[in-house]
Design a protein around this ligand. Structure first.
Ligand SMILES: *Cc1c(COP(=O)(O)O)cnc(C)c1O
Length: 232
């Protein structure tokens, strides 16, 4: 299948899942996850209407940035070390994977240096799996309190990665749980926090995520094909 056919099918599936849940498909942003993919492949996707791309490694953003068509929005979706923030701070529109106070402080500091305000999402480990990044739900209030004092970040919502091995049914439960948390926090008033983005759903589970209330799905292999990590 070509990228064109894959994209068409993913978009149709997002649309159908949204409609089945009584949601407007336009409220869901498709982020095409382009890790291991070349700038040429990314540009093909952009020509087919992709507006948002996601990468999980700062290095890949740095390497491809100059060769990718301008105007597309880059999202940092993978685990981020503080010493790598400087490579991406002026390139991405959003960092999805903020999972500590220290990281938040460093993003704030680097953003200030570049005279910009960075949109961030807090990554929550909703399944409690030890191998997953993200904070526990009960750690969220103190992190959101701390964000209130930081002028160069803006907390826009939550992000989660559901366990790969689980069935869509269990992942639906995880997605429902994080959505509940999301709605809960939206009702509370934190300075500098506006809960409008819920980033969840990947190739294997984006329809379940949309049904549970996701506003951003991060889809890689269903668009670009299976990844080959051996490729140079
Ligand atoms: C790779 C990746 C995705 C996309 O995964 P697919 O299963 O290929 O759709 C989504 N989110 C994160 C954080 C990723 O690293």
């Amino acid at each position: 299948m070509s990228i064109e056919e894959n994209l068409k099918s993913v978009r149709a599936r997002i649309g159908a899942a949204a409609e089945a849940a009584g949601r407007n498909p336009e409220d869901i942003t498709l982020i095409a996850v382009s890790k291991t993919r070349t700038a040429a492949e990314i540009n093909e996707a952009i020509r087919l209407g992709v507006t948002d791309i996601g990468e999980n490694k700062p290095q890949e953003i740095r390497d491809k940035y100059a060769d990718v068509l301008p105007g597309v929005r880059w999202h940092m979706i993978g685990h981020l070390q503080t010493n790598k923030i400087k490579y991406i701070i002026d390139k991405v529109c959003m960092i999805h994977s903020v999972d500590s106070l220290h990281l938040m402080e460093e993003i704030d500091r680097q953003a200030k240096k570049h005279n910009l305000v960075m949109d961030i999402l807090i990554e929550v480990n909703i399944s409690g799996e030890a191998s997953k990044h993200g904070i526990r739900p009960d750690e969220l209030p103190s992190l959101l309190e701390a964000a209130g004092g930081m002028e160069n970040i803006r907390v826009c919502g939550l992000m989660t990665v559901a366990p790969k091995s689980d069935s869509n049914f269990t992942n639906s439960l995880h997605f429902d749980n994080i959505c509940e948390l999301f709605v809960d926090i939206s009702r509370k008033k934190y300075d500098n926090v506006s809960m409008r983005c819920l980033s969840m759903g990947m190739s294997g589970d984006f329809e379940a995520a949309v049904k549970s209330g996701s506003t951003m799905v991060r889809v890689g292999s269903a668009i670009f094909g299976e990844r080959d990590y051996q490729k140079p």
